[in-house]
Design a protein around this ligand. Structure first.
Ligand SMILES: Cc1ncc(COP(=O)(O)O)c(C=O)c1O
Length: 367
């Protein structure tokens, strides 16, 4: 059996006719930039997320950059985030001249340590980027309370967390702005690059709309300098088709996760779903100190795994000049050494997931 970490072909073939028709429709109408397809997806996505405004953009990185611009983060403002995330989260802090300040995570969920967060706030702290890693939101209610107390702007990096919830609320409810990536492998992914920012605040939505399209108010009027960060119409049309399936796909992901929770051997560690969270399992994570051996064994059995992420950001060469040290964020460092992502996607069959569990069990029993 060959089981990829993510199966984009299986996903496409499950909705092929709908997708092909949507792409053909964009071609027939030849409306490629902004226009009705983007508008419709933005409205549908905002409704899905239960927020007032949705603004499509070029990718998840652009989404975070837009959020920091709208937040007014400027040179030397401190922005707090975690080291165990994709570099896009911190690159955007640098794009606006902000200062990256890391807060470690807790081992149970791999999400931000809220006690450490409050201690890390200084007079220079302007914003916080909360990362909903693997598809799970941290305790956003507490984070919101802390942010209000210290007058911090809250950005949610929900690139991995479409349809996730904290206390029944999706990204965009507790944060000022939430950012999404529609990279093909994401829970809601397009067929190229895509992203979105969402917010409940009219004033922020207005700024985001300006920044995303050259600061334009009309075709030839630009009231600020902005960016060409627009979402392609063809991607918007694809996303609109896929959005209608997202709730169902999310339930399937959760069913597979429950199967893994129940059937994986207790000797392998897990990232748990916290009480209050609805985890949407962009990735299902296990932990082992024998990661290389386990991954090599599973590869031999045709099971592809991944590591998200093997090097925490504070130890990346890109940030060598910032003076972070090994041991400074020990939980993130430990996770980086032990974490393994195993295949989980809506189209995974009962036979495939049993095969994965059986082989992890065999590996564990051989040790
Ligand atoms: C946590 C996180 N933030 C940001 C991004 C950036 O998104 P994109 O690749 O669409 O620019 C990603 C996607 O890879 C991500 O996983």
């Amino acid at each position: 059996m060959n089981i990829p970490l993510v199966d984009l072909k299986a996903n496409y073939h499950s909705i092929k006719n709908e997708i092909d028709n949507a792409i053909q429709d964009v071609l027939d109408n030849s409306s490629f930039i902004m226009g009705p397809y983007v508008k419709k997806f933005e409205e549908d996505f905002a409704r899905f997320c239960q927020v007032k405004h949705g603004i499509g953009c070029a990718n998840g990185t652009a989404a975070i950059h837009l959020a920091l611009l709208a937040a007014g983060v400027k040179k030397d403002d401190e922005v707090l985030t975690v080291p165990n995330t994709f570099i896009a989260t911190t690159e955007c802090i640098s794009y606006v001249g902000g200062k990256i300040k890391f807060v470690d995570v807790v081992p149970q969920t791999a999400l931000i340590d809220i006690e450490a967060l409050e201690k890390a706030i200084t007079r220079k702290t302007k914003a916080l980027i909360v990362v909903d890693l693997y598809g799970q939101m941290p305790d956003m209610q507490r984070i919101r309370e802390i942010a209000v107390k210290h007058d911090l702007f809250v950005i949610e990096d929900a690139a991995q967390a479409h349809a996730a919830e904290w206390n029944g609320h999706q990204p965009g409810f507790y944060g000022d702005i939430a950012c999404f990536s529609f990279f093909p492998a994401k829970n809601l992914g397009c067929y190229g690059d895509g992203g979105a920012v969402i917010t409940n605040y009219d004033e922020l939505a207005e700024k985001l709309r300006l920044y995303v399209n050259h600061g334009r108010t009309t075709k030839y009027e630009h009231i600020i300098e902005g960016y060409n960060y627009r979402l392609d119409a063809s991607q918007a049309a694809i996303l609109d088709v896929k959005l209608a399936h997202l709730q169902n796909w999310t339930e399937l992901r959760r069913q597979h996760a429950r199967f893994y929770d129940k059937n994986l051997p207790s000797k392998v560690g897990r990232i748990i779903e916290a009480k209050g969270a609805k985890h949407v399992y962009y990735m299902y994570e296990i932990r082992t100190q024998q990661r290389d051996l386990l991954m090599a064994y599973l590869k031999q059995q045709g099971i592809e795994c991944g590591i998200h992420y093997p090097i925490p950001l504070h130890l990346q060469q890109a940030y060598a000049s910032l003076g972070f040290k090994k041991g400074q964020f020990s939980v993130s460092e430990q996770l980086a050494q032990e974490i393994v992502s195993i295949p989980l996607y809506p189209e995974l069959t009962a036979e495939q997931r049993q095969y994965i569990v059986d082989h992890i069990q065999t590996f564990v029993h051989q040790r």
